[in-house]
Write a protein that binds this ligand. Structure first.
Ligand code: NDP
Ligand code: BG6
Length: 491
C-alpha cells in the first residue's frame, strides 16, 4: 500500500462520470486496500450539496464486487463515505478553490499531501478550472510538498489545432509530467491483454502482418441513443466521441510494432510510430449515418433529431465507418475497417483479424470456399478471445465447418474483472503513465481525421439515416466491397 497521504479532488463531482464511474472505482480500490491509509476524496461542483447529500448520492452507485459479504461491504462503504467531502463553487473561482484548500487542510492538518485532480467537467471549462486551481495555490510543483497530478478526460479539443492549443494552455498550469490524458478504453482488461496476446505468444507475431492478414475490422456499437447528452454530443459527433480516441487506440495497439521495453516511454513511442503511419482519412472512405426513429413495432425509440436538445436539422453523425490504411511494411495493402455507432442492433466492441485463405481447398478440390481463419478479440460484453478455424464435423463423411477455439474470460478466470477506471485511477496514484495519452500521440490521432472533419464542416452532407436498433447505414457494404472486405464472414 502507498504510504503518503492522498487527496483526490474531483471537479464535476455532481456529474455522470463522477457518480457512475469514479466514485465506484475509488470505492473498489479502497475495498481492495489499494489506496493509502490516509486519503480523502473532495467532490467539487457548482451544485449546492451538503457532505451528507453527496455521500447519499454516491452510495447509490457503490458496488460490493470485491466484498460480497453484506456486513463487511456495508462497513467498508461507511468508512469510505466518511472520507468523502463536498465543496460547492464555480470552476473559474480561485476563492472557491481556496475554500477547498481550507477543507483539505482541515482533514490532513497540512496542504502538503499528494494531490490528484480529476477534471470530470465539460471541456469548455477545463482551462478556467486549471487557472483558478493554480491561483488558489492548490497546484504544487515542489515535490517536497507532495506530487500534483491532473487527469483530463476526452475529448481533448475539437481538431488538431484546438487540441494543440489546449495542450499548450494546460501546459501553463500543469507540466506534461503531471498530466494524465485518459482514454478509459486503455484500462479495459482485454485491451491491456492485447500486448500480452501479441508479444507473449510466439504463435501470433509471425502471422501479424500483410503476409497473412487480409483485413482488420474494429467494431464498436451501442444499442442505446445519446440519452441526455445532446448538449455535448451534438457538438462533437461520433467521430470525435469514439473513433478518434477509443477506436484509434484499439487500432494502434493492434497494429504497432514490438516495443523494446514495456515502460510508458517505449510503448507510447511504438503507438506514435504506427499512428503517424496511418494515412489521413479520405472523405470517400468515410460513411456517416444518423439514427432515425425505430421501425414500427419497436415504439418509443426516437430519431436522433427528436432527442431532447438536438436541433431538428442536425447533421451530426451518430454512426461512422471508415477504411484506414497503415502505410508501413507490416500493413501496406491491408484495409482496417473501423466502425462505430449509437442506437444499433446490439452493444459490442471487438477487433477482428481475418487471415488470408490462399491455401486452396484440399478437402473439396474445385470448391474455393474454405472459411478464412479469424482471430477475434471481444472487448465487451462478455470478454473473449476466439480463433475461428476449419474443423471436421464429427461423423463418417468429410464435412468441414468453421468452429471456434474459444477463451471466454468469465469461464476461464475466477476473479472479478476490474473496471477500466479502477485500473487507470490506480495507475495515476502510482504514477504509471503507460496507459495515458501522450501529447504527440494525441496530435497523430487528430491528424488522421482532421481533413474529413473539416470537409464535413465545409461541405456539409446529409448523414445516411438508419433505423434505431438496425445494423446501421447500408452503404457501409459498398465501402467494404471497394476495399475488398467481405462483410458477411462472422458479421
Ligand atoms: P456532465 O455533463 O455530467 O457534467 C459534469 C458536471 O459538470 C455536471 O454535473 C455539472 O455540475 C458541470 N457542468 C455541466 N455542464 C456545465 C457547463 N456548461 N458549464 C460548467 N459546468 C458544467 O459530464 P460527465 O460527467 O458525463 O463527463 C465529464 C467529462 O468526462 C466530460 O469531459 C466528458 O466528455 C468526459 N467523459 C464522460 C464519460 C461518461 O461516461 N460520462 C466517458 C468519457 C468521458 P455542476 O452544475 O454541479 O457544476
Ligand atoms: C465514452 C463516450 O467515452 O465512452 C460515450 O463518450 C460512450 O459516448 C462511452 O457511450 C462508452 O464507454 P463504455 O466503457 O461503456 O464502453
Amino acid at each position: 500500500m502507498i504510504k503518503e497521504p492522498l487527496a483526490i479532488i474531483i471537479l464535476g463531482a455532481s456529474g455522470d462520470l463522477a457518480q457512475r464511474k469514479l466514485l465506484p472505482a475509488l470505492f473498489s480500490l479502497y475495498a481492495q486496500k489499494l489506496l493509502p491509509e490516509n486519503f480523502h476524496v473532495f467532490g467539487f461542483a457548482r451544485s449546492e450539496m451538503t457532505d451528507a447529500a453527496f455521500r447519499a448520492r454516491a452510495t447509490e452507485r457503490l458496488m460490493c464486487r470485491y466484498t460480497p459479504e453484506a456486513r463487511e461491504c456495508a462497513t467498508l462503504m461507511e468508512q469510505f463515505l466518511a472520507r468523502c467531502h463536498y465543496v460547492g463553487g464555480d470552476y473559474g473561482s480561485s476563492d472557491a478553490f481556496r475554500h477547498l484548500a481550507d477543507v483539505l487542510r482541515g482533514e490532513f492538518g497540512t496542504l502538503n499531501v499528494n494531490r490528484l485532480f480529476y477534471l470530470a467537467i465539460p471541456p469548455s471549462v477545463f482551462l478556467d478550472a486549471a487557472h483558478a486551481l493554480n491561483t488558489s495555490g492548490l497546484v504544487s510543483h515542489d515535490s517536497h510538498k507532495g506530487w500534483t497530478r491532473v487527469v483530463i478526460e476526452k475529448p481533448f479539443g475539437h481538431d488538431r489545432a484546438s487540441s494543440d492549443e489546449l495542450v499548450t494552455a494546460l501546459g501553463q498550469v500543469f507540466t506534461d509530467e503531471q498530466t494524465y490524458r485518459i482514454d478509459h478504453y486503455l484500462g479495459k482488461e482485454i485491451i491491456q491483454n492485447l500486448l500480452v496476446l501479441r508479444f507473449a505468444n510466439c504463435i501470433f507475431e509471425p502471422l501479424w502482418s500483410r503476409e497473412f492478414v487480409s483485413d482488420v475490422r474494429i467494431t464498436w456499437k451501442e444499442d442505446i441513443g445519446i440519452g441526455g447528452r445532446a448538449g455535448y454530443f451534438d457538438d462533437f459527433g461520433i467521430i470525435r466521441d469514439v473513433m478518434q480516441n477509443h477506436i484509434l487506440q484499439m487500432l494502434a495497439l493492434t497494429a504497432m510494432g514490438r516495443p523494446d521495453k514495456l515502460d510508458a516511454h517505449h510503448v507510447r513511442d511504438e503507438k506514435v510510430h504506427v499512428l503517424r503511419a496511418i494515412q489521413p482519412l479520405a472523405p470517400e472512405d468515410l460513411v456517416v449515418g444518423q439514427y432515425a426513429a425505430a421501425e414500427q413495432g419497436a415504439g418509443g425509440r426516437p430519431a436522433y433529431r427528436g432527442e431532447p436538445g438536438v436541433p431538428p436539422t442536425s447533421r451530426t453523425p451518430t454512426y461512422a465507418a471508415a477504411v484506414l490504411r497503415v502505410k508501413n511494411d507490416r500493413w501496406r495493402g491491408v484495409p482496417f475497417l473501423v466502425e462505430c455507432g449509437k442506437a444499433l442492433n446490439g452493444t459490442l466492441a471487438e477487433i477482428r483479424l481475418r487471415f488470408r485463405d490462399e491455401v486452396g481447398n484440399l478437402f473439396h478440390p474445385g470448391t474455393p470456399t474454405l472459411s478464412p481463419n479469424e482471430l477475434v478479440i471481444r472487448v465487451q460484453p462478455d470478454e473473449a478471445i476466439f480463433l475461428r478455424i476449419n474443423n471436421k464435423v464429427p461423423g463418417l463423411g468429410m464435412k468441414l465447418a468453421p468452429t471456434e477455439l474459444n477463451l471466454r474470460y468469465r469461464a476461464a478466470f475466477a476473479g472479478v474483472i476490474p473496471e477500466a477506471y479502477e485500473s487507470l485511477l490506480l495507475d495515476v496514484v502510482k504514477g504509471d503513465k503507460s496507459l495515458f495519452i501522450r501529447a504527440d500521440e494525441l496530435a497523430a490521432s487528430w491528424d488522421v481525421f482532421d481533413h474529413v472533419l473539416h470537409d464535413l464542416e465545409t461541405h456539409p452532407r446529409e448523414p445516411e439515416f438508419y433505423a434505431y436498433g438496425s445494423r446501421g447505414p447500408r452503404s457501409v457494404a459498398h465501402l467494404a466491397e471497394r476495399h475488398g472486405i467481405e462483410l458477411e464472414t462472422g458479421a
